[in-house]
Write a protein that binds this ligand. Structure first.
Ligand code: ADP
Length: 262
């Protein structure tokens, strides 16, 4: 049952009673379960044919020089890119439904957040250099440890850093900073950028599946719109919170909390 209690107050603010609403959510839970099983089965069944499409096209592109003309080659390249995109989408959906259903166990160990930040930044050095964006890790060596699944939190950091890079201009002024500090028995980790920022009415919604901010031409960016939804599930599974503060045209700071490792 879901319970909703609303106080009844007089105009002077005096409490004179409550309205209690009890709602049977068994059916809702069942529907949720069916939906999540469906997504997980479909994603799984999509993977094999997608892999063989990708491989087949790859072979055609590699092994038949001269036997296909330029238009055909271009078409094959479009198919290759699209099947790659679809494969990423399917794999994100599968990750998300597994985490949501609690089927993925978090492998909780004691770690230094600095190690995770460094491993998350590594794959982005080339892109950062290309886009002339400065990435800094601002985490003191002697900071406390956290209790976390190393790979999952590295993935969250990868998602946040990847987004920061994607939505920050390549004009030489771009700056991304990863910081951590201890507050009230928790570790507070942040990833900030000075990119395009996020409109106020989107700042909560972007953590839901498939929500992407449209640009001035009404276009949504590339990507699956699942990165932040996956990150939110991972952080919640750790008992933490994740949120964003952002100012359009000035930048964004994503925050999340983790439990301390001691
Ligand atoms: P994706 O990046 O694949 O679209 P995400 O779930 O990671 O999906 O992000 C959802 C949306 O939130 C993005 O499409 C973008 O509109 C917005 N967003 C996320 N991070 C940033 C950021 N650092 N700066 C500006 N917008 C962002």
């Amino acid at each position: 049952y879901r319970m909703n209690v609303t106080p009844i107050r007089t105009r002077d603010g005096e409490n004179i009673g409550v309205v209690t609403l009890l709602q049977d959510v068994t059916k809702l839970k069942e529907v949720d379960q069916i939906k999540s099983d469906f997504v997980s089965t479909v994603s799984h069944e999509f993977r094999t044919p997608l892999t063989s499409i990708g491989m087949g096209v790859g072979l055609l592109l590699d092994e038949t020089p001269g036997s296909i003309n330029r238009d055909q080659k271009e078409l094959l390249e479009v198919i290759q890119e699209d099947s790659e995109r679809l494969k990423n989408l399917v794999s994100d959906l599968l990750d998300l439904s597994r985490i949501e259903s609690g089927k993925i166990q978090m492998d909780m160990e004691v770690h230094h957040i600095k190690d995770m930040a460094e491993s998350a930044v590594k794959p982005f050095h080339m892109i950062a250099k290309d886009k002339k964006i400065d990435i800094q890790i601002n985490i003191r060596e002697e900071l406390s440890t956290v209790k976390a699944d190393y790979n999952k939190i590295s993935l969250v950091l990868t998602n946040l850093i990847g987004n920061a890079l994607k939505y920050t201009p390549a004009d030489g002024t771009g700056k991304i900073e990863i910081s951590a500090r201890e507050t009230a028995n928790k570790m507070l980790i942040s990833v900030s950028d000075n990119g395009k920022g996020i409109p106020e009415d989107y700042q909560q919604k972007i953590f839901e599946k498939f929500i992407q901010v449209k640009d001035d031409n009404g276009e949504t960016p590339g990507g699956t719109g699942l990165g932040l939804a996956i990150s939110k599930e991972i952080i919640h599974a750790h008992g933490g919170e994740i949120w964003v503060k952002s100012q359009p045209d000035e930048g964004s700071i994503f925050y999340f909390t983790l439990n301390l490792g001691r």
